[in-house]
Design a binder for this molecule. Structure first.
Ligand code: FAD
Length: 451
């Protein structure tokens, strides 16, 4: 079985490693960096910079911990080295794992020439491959509308900001979804002034309003300007700054503008027509529950598949594809249920959720039990001098099965794992309540919320 993979992000590398382990002969084609956009531009650099921002904000609260006040000074060069070192270590370890599994890595841009043919343009020339199965995992890129004159200097996409050449004095962030709010938090905690353009009346329009409200409150407390109900229509670049014009006539001025208004799939130039692979109106490649496209031996995974744009989801899809290619079915016989994917927003406080949200249950008219505990009642939160936020658990009132949960507060992205396990394994609230947890920990709030 010869398996060719186009794109070495989380979906591609996970599929390659796992398929090779199952005895498949794998070739991975990557035009840029093994680890993908996830490691190079998206998940990792943003979280590395947010962690530095978190250190700044922690040092701003030392007095609450019984220490004298500290004035941290940002060193952009050190920050740049820190981000570069993390991404290169991840790349090296991803490559080492692949080579140890005998995965052939071809560096170059690949495309399909027919249902089984792949051609790769490399620095050394053209390589042609024949494959029994193919995975398309070429990811996505930031969406740039024609009114945004991106220059990588003052008008930025998320890929120009790790870190920027200079810390913006005042950045206007366009887009208040997950990526937008993470960048607001990142720049604000590093010391920039920030204006956030919010097209609706709520940041994070798809999230539970109660969760979004906690974040908005925190942004306002930290001096972030929220421009609600405004849609950006133009960015004008001047000598020393930018002006972002909105559809209602309002203008947001700043030293820089950053665009975070979604992404587009990398499906062009992949030769999909020659392979007979269908693409939807948005350019995504539709897949079935095995991640197969309309051509059964050609799979798609990750952002390209138009499912949840999360690295964790891409990796899991890659794993399922590997199983399907190697043995024709998924080992656990458990298909991916995208409704059970945990996700987090790395702001301050952090926000994480999984499974059924209270607002969605309400909208569907579904009867659920919702229990909520504020961190203010948890010893460890007081010890950490950060009692913001809450834990909310949604369960089935008849069976006690955990259906979902939201956590707002410090380490929410870590804490949600227990709820994610409960949702995936069909555990009951009683299972959480009866776990004998470590005291004092933030996890105790979960057990209390499950009570
Ligand atoms: C700012 C930001 C922060 C994010 N943070 C998180 C986070 O914290 N957690 C999370 O779970 N998700 C996060 N995401 C989403 C996550 O980055 C994506 O869901 C994930 O990268 C998708 O993985 P992928 O395997 O589909 O593709 P990618 O990671 O995009 O990798 C695709 C690879 O394919 C290569 N490629 C493309 N075309 C070709 C070709 N023709 N030939 C060869 N190679 C090709 C590219 O060079 C790239 O390396 C974030 C996204 C953004 C924008």
């Amino acid at each position: 079985m010869r398996f060719a993979i186009l794109g070495g992000g989380p979906a591609g590398t996970q599929a390659a490693t796992y398929a090779a382990r199952l005895g498949v002969q794998v070739t991975l084609v990557e035009r840029d960096v093994v680890g993908g956009a996830a490691d190079l531009w998206d998940c990792i650099p943003s979280k590395a910079m947010i962690a530095t921002g978190g250190a700044v904000s922690f040092l701003g609260r030392t007095e609450g911990m019984g220490l004298a006040a500290v004035e941290p000074a940002l060193d952009l060069e050190r920050l740049r080295q820190r981000v570069a070192s993390i991404t290169s270590r991840l790349r090296e370890s991803a490559e080492a794992i692949l080579t140890s599994q005998d995965v052939e890595i071809i560096r170059g841009e690949g495309r399909m020439t027919g249902p089984h043919g792949v051609v790769v343009d490399t620095a050394e020339g053209r390589r042609e491959l024949e494959a029994d199965a193919v995975l398309l995992s070429t990811g996505s890129r930031p969406r740039i509308p024609e009114w945004a004159p991106i220059d990588g200097d003052r008008v930025l996409t998320t890929r120009d900001a790790y870190p920027p050449k200079e810390l913006p004095e005042h950045v206007v962030v366009i887009g208040s979804g997950v990526t937008g709010v993470e960048f607001v938090h990142m720049f604000r905690s590093l010391g920039s002034g920030v204006t956030l353009i919010v097209s609706r009346q709520q940041v994070l329009p798809r999230k539970d309003p109660e969760v979004a409200a906690v974040l908005e409150e925190d942004f306002l407390r930290r001096g972030v300007k929220l421009m609600k109900g405004a849609r950006a229509t133009a960015v004008d670049r001047g000598e020393t700054g930018v002006s972002v014009r909105c559809d209602d006539g309002r203008v947001a001025a700043g030293s820089h503008a950053l665009l975070a208004i979604g992404s587009l799939p990398n499906s062009e130039r992949l030769g999909l027509e020659s392979a007979g692979v269908e693409v939807d109106a948005g350019g995504y490649v539709p897949i079935n529950r095995h991640c197969q496209t309309n051509v059964p031996h050609i799979y798609a995974a990750g952002d390209l598949s138009g499912k949840l744009p999360l690295s964790s989801v891409a990796s899991m899809q890659g794993r399922k594809v590997a199983e399907h290619v190697a043995i024709g079915h998924t080992v656990s016989h458990r298909h991916l249920n995208y409704d059970k994917a945990a996700s987090a927003i790395f702001t301050e406080p952090e926000i994480a959720d999984v499974g059924l949200a209270e607002a969605d249950a309400f909208a569907e008219g579904r009867k659920v039990r919702v229990t909520k505990v504020p961190f203010a009642a948890t010893a460890k939160a007081l010890i950490n001098d950060d009692a913001r936020g809450f834990v909310k658990i949604v369960s089935d009132p008849a069976t006690g099965v955990v259906l979902g949960g939201s956590i707002v507060g410090q380490h929410a992205a870590e804490l949600i794992s227990m709820v994610a396990l409960a949702v995936t394994a069909g555990l009951r609230v009683q299972d959480i309540v009866e776990s004998m947890l470590v005291h004092p920990t933030l996890s105790e709030a979960l057990a209390e919320a499950a009570e």
